[in-house]
Design a protein around this ligand. Structure first.
Ligand code: ZN
Length: 187
């Protein structure tokens, strides 16, 4: 079996897969990205905290358009894990509105991503997060999320990432490109 690298840096694989948040030691706000100061209280001390591997679906979009090699449709969700908001794909269920419902209980799982499509999937994942967030912030319309995905994918050439550093770099570049698309097409 080839070496596993976590798809996002807040996923820990050992001993069992779980997510790890950075928690502000002053106010308890939780973040998944690395930041220098808390967005809520501006304190600068953080502690790593493991999250519950179970949660409830709070919001979702069914992503119907993607690049070749990425299986669609898939479900991008926002999940409440014991009070912490987590983004992730909803899997192991039919990706339609009949089977995916707000409030449904979810459990964290991990899926292997093929080495040849890992780059494309990383770009799409990052673009979709930016798109969904922009939609939730009313910066773009719901039907523009897939335009953000497609345009970002079109802009970035993807060699398969070999290391976590490669993956994080690709994620960063993709987020930047997707944010630019949002600014350009935003309402
Ligand atoms: Zn804080």
């Amino acid at each position: 079996m080839s070496k596993q690298i976590p798809f996002v840096d807040y996923l820990a694989l050992e001993p069992e897969p779980h997510l790890v948040a950075n928690e502000c030691t002053s106010c308890g706000a939780r973040f998944f990205d690395r930041r220098n100061a808390c967005a809520s209280c501006f304190a600068t001390e953080f502690a790593k905290v493991p999250l519950s591997t179970e949660g409830e679906l709070r919001s979702f979009t069914i992503v119907a358009f993607a690049a070749p090699g990425v299986d669609v449709p898939f479900v991008a969700g926002i999940i409440d894990c014991d009070g912490t908001t987590v983004r992730g794909n909803v899997v192991n269920t039919e990706p339609d509105a009949e089977h995916v419902q707000l409030g449904m209980k979810l459990k964290l799982t991990t899926v292997p991503i093929g080495e040849d499509t890992a780059g494309t999937t990383a770009v799409l994942n990052a673009a979709n997060e930016i798109g969904v967030e922009a939609f939730l912030n009313r910066q773009i319309r719901f039907d523009q999320i897939h335009a953000v995905n497609l345009e970002t994918l079109g802009q970035i050439s993807t060699a398969p990432p070999q290391t976590l550093e490669d993956l994080l770099e690709l994620d960063k570049i993709s987020r930047g490109a997707a944010s630019q698309v949002v600014r350009r097409i935003g309402i």
